[in-house]
Structures are given as C-alpha cells and as structure tokens.
Design a protein around this ligand. Sequence first.
Ligand code: GDG
Length: 489
Amino acid sequence: MPWTKTQLNESIKKIIGDRLLIIASNREPYIHTYKEGKVEYIRPIGGAVTALDPVMRVTKGTWVAYGSGNADKDVVDKKNEVKVPPENPKYKLRRIWLSKDEENGYYYGYSNKAMWPLCHMAYTRPAFDDVDWAYYKIVNQKFADTILDIVKDQKAFVWIQDYHLLLLSKLLKEKNKNLITAHFLHIPWPNPEAFRICPQKNEILEGLLSNNLLGFHIRYHCSNFMETVKLEMEARIDTERTSVVYGGHETLVRAFPISVDFAEISEQAESKEVKSAMKKLRHEFSIENDVFIMVGLDRIDYTKGIVEKIRAVDRFFEKFPEYKGKVTFIQKGGLSRMHIPEYKELNDTLNRLVEEVNWKHSTEKWYPILLIRRHMSRTGIIALYKMANACLVSPLHDGMNLVCKEFIATKNDLNGVLILSQFTGAARELDDAIFVNPYDRENFAIMLKEAVELPDSKKKKRMKRLRSVVKENNIYKWAGKFLEELKKI
Ligand code: GDG
C-alpha cells in the first residue's frame, strides 16, 4: 500500500517524540501579500512545501524562512512569528528579514549565480564573488541565530532545505552540540572535477559534513558527493554505512527521491473545476478536438532546456510537415530570478524563438507553439496536463523534476505519453517514458514523432506502469523515509 498522510503523521510522532522540529528553508510555506488593500496569502508551489507542510502540522514545530511577501511584516508578532495555516493554525512560521544587499548577495548572488550553475551541468559558468559570499555567510548566520533563539535548551531536530543554507548546520553546532541536523539538497551534486573549481569548497563541505544526515534525490548524487569529499577533505568514507566520518563526526549520506501528492492530484484532475478550466483553455486557444496537444511547464531557467525543446519542435515540423495543423505545443513558462542577466536574456531568446518558429510554420488557423505567460492557478495547471496528449520535459540537468510526476498523476484515463530528458533525476525511476537527449535536436524531433504515433494500447500500458511507480513512491514516502533514517543516528 502506498504511504498516506495519516501513516506519515503516525510515523513522525514516533520518531520526533518530544523533540522540537525546526525546518529551515529560503522559501516560506505561506506568503502574505496585499491585494487591493487587503491582506491575502499565497502558497508557493513545489514538492518541498507540499511534503513538509503536513509534517509541520503534526509536529507543531517552527518553520524558519525568509519573509518575502509585501504584507509579511504586518502580520507577525514581536518575535516575527505568525501561526499557519492562516485559516487553521497548527504551527509557527518564523520570518527572517533581509536587506536589499543581503538578498542580492545571498540569494541572487552566491546561491543562484555561483551554486546553482556549479551544481547543474548546463554549461553556464558559475560566478564566485567575494561580496556575494560574505552576504551568504551573513544570512546563514542570521538563520542560525534565529534557530538557536527558538531552541534555547530544548531537545531539537533541525531539517535544513537546499543550497541556500549550506553552512547552517556547522553554525548551529558550534553553539549547540546537542542539536540533531539533517540537510536535503533539492539540486544535483556535481562530480568532483566540476566542484573542485569552487573557491569556497572547503567551507561548504565542512558545513554539510556537520549534519547527522545528508539527503540527495538519487544515488548518483550521493556518490558524487562522497567522491568529492574523498578528493577534497581528510575524511574517512564508510562504504558499508554509506557515511562520511570527518573530525570524528559521522554524516549518513542517503538518496530520497522526492515526489508529488499522487492521490490528491489524481482526485483533483477529476473535479468539476478542472473540467471547466479545460473547456476554457481550449476555447481561449481555439484548439480543435482532434489536435494532438503537447505540453511543457517550467520555471524559465537555463537548466530546463526550454530553448532546446522549442528547437526540437521546430525540427519536428520541418522533418514531418504532414503534422502541421495536427499537433500543437503549449509551453507555460513562469518568470524566475529575473534580476540575473542570464535569466533575462533567456526570456528574450524564448520570445524571439517562438515568434520565429511560429512565423515559419503557422497557417491561417493554426500556430505550432503557444507560449502562455500569464499566471495560472493550480486548477489551470492540472487542466493543462489533463488536456495534453503528451508532456515534454527536457532539462539539460535537473535534481528530480516534479512536472513529469504531476502530469502522470493527472492521467487517470491512461491517455498520455511522457517525453523525458535522460538528465533528470526522475529518469532513474520512470522507465516507461520516451527518453530524449535535449542536446540531440534531430533525435528529439524523431522521438516527438514516435510519441505522436504511439499506438493507444502501448501508450496505456506505459502510462499504467508510470502511474504505479509515482503512486507508490509518493511525497509522503519521501518525507517518511527521510525521518525514519533519523532512527539510525
Ligand atoms: C527544484 C529542483 C526538484 C512550474 N512552472 C509553473 C509552475 N510550476 C510548478 C510545477 C512544479 C514546480 O513548479 C516545479 O518543480 P520542478 O521539480 O520541476 O523544478 P524546480 O522549481 O527547479 O525545483 C527540482 C524540486 O526542487 C523538488 O525537490 O524536483 O529538480 O530543481 O510543481 O507545477 N506553477 C505555476 N505556473 C508556472 O508557470 N502555477
């Protein structure tokens, strides 16, 4: 039986016991904003928040994160805390405030101009700037001070998320040795050759090796990390326990493939709201019923291979012009990190490219590519997946990728094909996808044809197997397995 929310809740109670649970992440689970003068809140989308919010609800701990909403300061108490979920408070969200300089240096700078490109093999050169690094340390220290203030002399377990807080565990343990810390990295860990260029590598590795448990999405990232440690540090690798011993302290290194709430998405996909959103979308884009729809959904990021995907769609219509008017590719793209020049340039390139490809192939009544820029609700996104005959997921490198798993969860009728880049963490689990190398435009175009022409019976067989994998390895299993591992500490 797949893991459920209830089972996770029971498991957490046993593992955490009377310890205080603290989650530390850059992004907060609830963002308060002003809309027409009134305070509203939004929930950022993504696997981590979906998985960790129920964990926090049960353990009634504290989530520490950067307060990014324009109404965030107006709803907190003297300690900068607000109880969430706002409609039915269960745990505390403690907000950390950052100045413009701190946000620039720590978030846009070191996290996203240095660590992000360093860990993703997408051939974007990382930029290591001393000022950014200084701010990165300042902000990690801010998180540490806040957490120490919350914990005081209680027994506590701190679960750190992602590449923004790589130094946090060490900073915490310098002041409080009794804390148990675990860190989950949502991005890949590169091979040692790639990582060794980082001028701050020793401090980063020391930071990570202060944790009791270190998690990555897949085994390959774990072994890259262990190889990196072997090359850079005087540490002992224990292959039996898959752990690293550094300065007498052991860090367990484990793979936990993140996922989605399969049951919830499949249920939502059958809702009236989703059905009516599908109708609206078809009408908005004037898509005929017999057109084969391919869908892409990405944050606009150079690691996601969106340009490569559009070039492959272009090549598909060049090579197989008989499909003009019969196949449409809808790409939804959410703007991301626009203060970084590479992201702004990528966005401009996408606009230009889509315009060129549409001009080249379009007919009076049909466009090959529809680029959706406007914000879409969760219902809209699920409607988009559900109306698609195929989903195109083509990152140049991705820790896991949740889009492909969300698409699979909506396909209750088994009517859909997944075209997936070999360079995603998800490719290790989803054997029944049609695999592509996004750098190989010619073959990508051929694979698109294969997806369009895949006979119904084969399509259904593949989707059935894909669904059983995602159903079994759902988000509750991810969180449950991570917490269970703590028992070994
Ligand atoms: C990091 C790792 C890892 C995307 N565009 C829009 C939109 N989305 C939603 C999707 C999905 C989420 O955002 C994206 O998740 P991904 O996993 O694909 O990618 P990252 O944001 O890069 O996440 C990744 C993940 O962390 C979890 O560990 O899988 O490898 O890079 O939920 O539905 N939602 C809306 N509009 C968009 O334009 N509303």
